[in-house]
Ligand binder design. Structure first.
Ligand code: NAP
Length: 242
């Protein structure tokens, strides 16, 4: 059985990616931090479609929680390894820099950057040992072009993109690919509080993206067809930024 871990698989893009990977034949490990009911909902949907998976609760920003959960999984599955990792967990805490609480600066960086580091470092040895692995990091258009009110989120996603490129060079010889996707505005809980009509005016294609559209792209990057793509950042943003 092949295993894939999706951080933040309880909702939004992570749920759609979990379903996509399940349809591709992976057993999906659905991570969440607060929303147990939504994580179960994702797993129920996976099972309804004939797939299977497990739920793993941990805060990606907390190294000890990550280690405990992943070591326990490895102990329970001594003959298996996780060959696909989608670093998707993320939050936004938007403020102009002048008014940004330190806590909101730090938390966004901790979840996106430290979270990427903790989970990826835990899973890399097995991928390298088996000379087979796929890592996809969910970045953002903001990490490429910047966005007023999002200097914390831009720093986190821009850092994630730079880390993607560096790690890809480190592990290429071990047949592990590392890529990022950079979505624009995608219809999920993360857009709560934003004016949808205003957003659409700024998007050349005139509509928001869907989690399924992002999941298809992630699925492609994980597939054998993308074996020669690494260190790449693929935009999916309706023409917002090219
Ligand atoms: P969402 O619907 O708000 O879902 C966020 C997911 O991340 C949830 O599953 C949440 O778990 C999980 N999460 C948050 N903090 C976590 C932590 N500390 N540890 C583990 N899991 C954590 O957001 P989304 O739109 O699907 O976003 C997914 C990714 O896409 C994020 O990295 C986001 O930055 C990126 N992105 C989104 C958009 C967009 O327009 N939506 C655009 C560009 C990039 P709980 O359910 O337990 O809270």
């Amino acid at each position: 059985m092949k295993y894939a871990l999706v951080t933040g698989g309880s909702r939004g893009i992570g749920r759609a990616v979990s379903l996509k990977l399940s349809r591709m034949g992976y057993k999906v490990l659905i991570n969440y931090v607060h929303n147990a009911a939504e994580a179960k909902n994702t797993l129920d949907q996976v099972r309804l479609e004939g797939g299977d998976g497990e739920i793993l609760m941990f805060d990606v920003a907390d190294r000890q929680q990550v280690s405990r959960a992943l070591e326990a999984w490895e102990t329970e599955h001594p003959d298996e390894y996780i060959e696909v990792l989608v670093n998707n967990a993320g939050i936004r805490r938007d403020h102009v820099m002048a008014l940004m609480p330190e806590e909101d600066w730090s938390r966004v960086l901790e979840i996106t950057l430290n979270g990427f580091f903790h989970v990826t470092q835990a899973l890399l040895p097995a991928m390298q040992l088996h000379k087979n692995g796929r890592i996809v990091n969910v970045a953002s258009v903001t990490g490429l072009k910047g966005m007023a009110g999002q200097s914390n989120y831009a720093a986190a996603k821009g850092g994630l993109i730079a880390a993607t490129k560096s790690l890809a060079l480190e592990v290429a010889r071990k047949r592990v690919t590392v890529n990022a996707v950079a979505p624009g505005f995608i219809q999920t809980d993360m857009l709560e509080g934003l004016d949808e009509a205003e957003l659409k005016k700024a998007i050349p294609l005139g509509c928001l993206g869907t989690p399924d559209e992002v999941a298809e792209l992630v699925g492609f990057l994980v597939s054998p067809a993308a074996a020669y793509i690494t260190g790449e950042v693929v935009s999916i943003n309706g023409g917002l930024y090219t």
